[in-house]
Design a protein around this ligand. Structure first.
Ligand code: NAD
Ligand code: ZN
Length: 357
């Protein structure tokens, strides 16, 4: 059975395109009483573009805390806050920020129409009712969250996304002006998320011509940005497209070992996704040889400080939880190592990789 892929139906790409937000929202607004809710990464609170957002009297702006990656409990709190703000359902939820803020917006739009806690929907196709119209505006490029059918959340028992056909945004606005303020290390780590999406897709057993086209293109754009003297202006434009293409590639294939191990690091030690992927990928030469060598070249050329010793001092219970988290991601291992993946990877092998990080 082939996947019947649901894509983001509408997108705008280009510098200054955020200025079209007002026109887009006008079409979604029903009456003066219903709010539009803006969930905005708190890092943008003082930035000029916030002053120009097309707000109306009944709208609600929440600057979201992404100091840690999104948790199901936070999604539940935000959903409650929105319900308490107005007895009318919002006309739209707008998420502005990196993968974290965008995933919060996707999750809250689902939880506004579905009962229970966000933790109940971590998994595949568990969402029952369509989400509220939601619109994403990335301000950091690489996660692919703007295009994916998942909203990654850490819950009480696992880190796992809400994967469903109701998760993708109804509209995205990709404005490269918005990513100019990202600090260099963060910019690199999140861009490498895209590079690694592409490598894991290309090297996986699920690869097909559709995914290959997007992955190769995304990987080439990352090379342009980090291995050549690409002008900053062009680099930001390219990274934004690369992120989208990398996301599309894995939407029709899968990620692999790096992401499985990175989820373990994140769940147990709270290491963020972008940097966590880089820490893991750096140790995966025996699986992704040439790609890892190229990645290391990019690290050196861009003078990036990659943290080391992050698993140092972890106790046995913590190590086992990391291994369990990684091994729980069956589709990722299947993609990376094939149907007989359980014969090809052991707890000891995973442990030996983790201790090197
Ligand atoms: P992020 O959203 O967690 O943000 C990282 C840091 O960059 C934060 O401090 C944020 O405030 C800051 N930042 C964002 N935009 C900025 C800007 N323009 N200027 C200055 N600082 C800015 O990082 P990310 O790497 O984009 O996303 C990672 C998150 O996305 C994780 O929670 C991960 O699990 C999730 N993720 C989701 C998907 C998906 O398909 N849904 C895919 C990959 C990762
Ligand atoms: Zn990723």
């Amino acid at each position: 059975m082939y996947r019947n892929l649901r894509l983001v139906p509408q997108l705008i790409y280009g510098r200054g395109s955020i200025n079209q937000l007002g026109d887009i929202l006008t079409k979604q607004r029903t009456d003066a009483g219903s709010p539009v809710v803006f969930l905005i990464d708190a890092v943008h609170e003082k930035r000029a573009f916030i002053q120009k957002l097309p707000l109306r009297a009944n709208d609600l702006v929440i600057f979201v805390d992404v100091g840690t990656e999104p948790k199901t409990q936070y999604v539940d709190e935000l959903t409650e806050r929105i319900k308490a703000f107005s007895n009318r359902q919002p006309d739209a939820i707008v998420g502005i920020g990196g993968g974290s803020a965008m995933d919060l917006a996707k999750s809250v739009s689902i939880m506004s129409t579905n009962p229970g806690s966000a933790a109940d929907y971590q998994g595949w196709d568990l969402v029952k009712y369509p989400a509220i119209y939601h619109l994403g505006i990335p301000t950091l490029a690489g996660s692919g969250a703007e295009v994916s059918r998942t909203a990654v959340l850490t819950g009480p028992v696992k880190k796992l996304g809400i994967n469903s056909d109701f998760t993708p945004f109804d509209q995205i606005i990709m404005d490269p002006d918005l990513i100019a303020t990202v600090p260099p290390n963060q910019r690199f780590f999140t861009a490498m998320d895209c590079y690694i999406h592409s490598c894991e897709s290309l090297q996986g057993t699920f690869i097909n011509e559709f995914s290959r086209a997007f992955a190769e293109s995304a990987r080439n754009m990352c090379r342009d940005v980090f291995l050549s003297d690409c002008e900053d202006v062009v680099a930001d434009e390219r990274l934004m497209v690369a992120s989208y293409f990398g996301g599309l590639s894995i939407a029709y294939s899968q990620v692999g070992i790096c992401h499985a191990l990175s989820y373990g690091l994140s769940y147990v030690l709270g290491v963020r996704h972008g940097v966590g992927n880089c820490i893991v990928f750096n140790q995966l030469k025996e699986y992704y040889g040439q790609d890892v060598r190229e990645f290391q070249q990019m690290i050196r050329r861009n003078r990036i400080d990659l943290p080391s010793g992050v698993t140092k001092g972890i106790d046995e219970a913590g190590m086992n939880r990391m291994i369990d988290t990684a091994l729980g991601l069956e589709p990722l291992w299947k993609n990376a190592l094939g149907d007989d993946w359980k014969q090809r990877i052991s707890r000891d092998k995973i442990r030996s990789l983790y201790v090197r990080m």
